[in-house]
Design a protein around this ligand. Structure first.
Ligand SMILES: Nc1ncnc2c1ncn2[C@@H]1O[C@H](COP(=O)(O)OP(=O)(O)OP(=O)(O)O)[C@@H](O)[C@H]1O
Ligand SMILES: [Mg+2]
Length: 355
């Protein structure tokens, strides 16, 4: 077996069509449809209870969806038991067997498939090499750090060369620094193996970092699918605009003179689509000129120091509030609370939303 560096994209495509899953009176998935390309890194992102784990469970065969259709590489899988679906899985609680050493833990899926212990441990060693823990085969799980355990769980999930790998909040139990390091590793491992990954998180920064495409979900439905850049720059609904990154979302309406007004901010001299109900303005698109004058004026009410960037909250003279961000000059300071600023907003940077 060649786990690493074979240069072959071995991932399978996955199609969900019209999946519906009901638990009593709870609708966990509703008209859930999605096409995942072979070899893609796709992330399901959504608030708690939005149906992310349910979608993975249906694909893995842990539940029979109430209705709908799932296919892997074009082949319907509803009649295949879990172990025949060739899907690897990594969860937040690594669920390593405490009484087995690292190699036997990784070899476990191979032993389940009938391989003898010796060849199974040999293949497990190859997977362990891939996650750069070559020397750790004889350790017991309790002798590993959190990050090491997670890498062992990853090795165990890929040792039988699954064509699809499901990861459900695999880094949720790790601290921030380790999580960021592991994000880079997961991405590297996936490139080496070439399998399709469906990843679940409710950390939107992680989704932006890792994914080829992001699926934003809410209440069991897919709200928007797109690349990280598309989801960030061109959200289609208020929910997506507010869920991903920091955003100012304000209602828009026609003023008395027929022109458009950003509620609580001021008039907007832009070609606004007729059906618009909200405007989304990222903090980084707002140019705030301290001591300036203009149509949109405000007073700084909060200063949030983020290191390379300073984020401010301002109360507009028209009554609303806006978050804006400014890159900090090396060694430079921040504008104090109470400073007056004029906002210079390029209408081309505003995203208008119909709902
Ligand atoms: N076995 C079950 N029995 C009853 N209700 C369930 C069951 N599993 C999930 N649900 C419900 O289905 C909905 C979706 O749950 P799911 O676990 O898919 O959410 P999630 O997006 O993974 O959330 P989280 O981010 O908290 O893990 C929730 O309302 C949940 O309470
Ligand atoms: Mg979940």
């Amino acid at each position: 077996m060649e786990l690493a560096g074979n240069g072959l994209a071995k991932g399978a495509s996955v199609v969900f069509r019209g999946l519906r899953q009901v638990y009593g009176s709870t609708v966990a998935l509703e008209e859930f449809s999605l096409e995942v390309a072979a070899g893609e890194f796709l992330t399901l992102l959504g608030p708690s209870g939005s149906g992310k784990t349910t979608a993975l469970n249906a694909l893995a065969g842990f539940i029979d969806a109430t209705s709908g259709h799932i296919a892997i590489d074009g082949v319907p899988i509803s009649d295949l038991p879990t172990e025949k679906r060739n899907i690897g899985m990594v969860f937040q609680n690594y669920s390593l067997f405490p009484h087995l050493d690292v190699l036997d833990n990784i070899a476990f899926p191979l032993r389940m498939r009938g391989l003898a212990r010796r060849p199974a441990r040999e293949r497990a060693q190859t997977a362990l090499d891939l996650v750069r823990l070559a020397e750790y085969g004889r350790r017991m799980p309790h002798q590993l750090s959190g990050g090491q355990k997670q890498r062992v769980a990853f090795a165990r999930a890929i040792v039988f060369e699954p064509r699809v790998l499901l990861m459900d909040e695999p880094l949720g139990a790790l601290d921030l620094k380790l999580r960021e390091a592991m994000q880079l590793e997961i991405k590297q491992f996936q490139r080496q193996i070439g399998c399709t990954v469906i990843y679940v998180t409710h950390d939107q920064g992680e989704a932006l970092t890792l994914s080829d495409r992001i699926v934003v979900m809410d209440k069991g439905r897919v709200l928007q699918v797109g690349t990280p850049k598309e989801i960030y720059d061109a959200p289609r609904t208020r929910f997506v605009a507010e869920f991903i990154g920091v955003n100012n979302v304000v209602p828009v309406a026609r003023g008395a003179d027929g022109g458009w007004v950003l509620d609580g901010v001021g008039p907007v001299a832009a070609a606004v689509p007729a059906e618009s109900r909200y405007a989304a303005l990222r903090p980084e698109i707002l140019r705030a000129v301290p001591g300036g004058t203009g149509a949109v004026m405000g007073t700084i009410t909060d200063v949030i120091f983020l290191g390379d960037v300073v984020r401010y909250a301002a109360r507009c003279d028209a009554g609303g509030s806006l978050l804006f961000a400014q890159r900090r000059e090396p060694g430079g300071g921040a504008h104090p609370i109470g400073d007056r600023v004029a906002f210079d907003i390029d209408p081309a940077d505003i995203v208008f939303l119909p709902e």
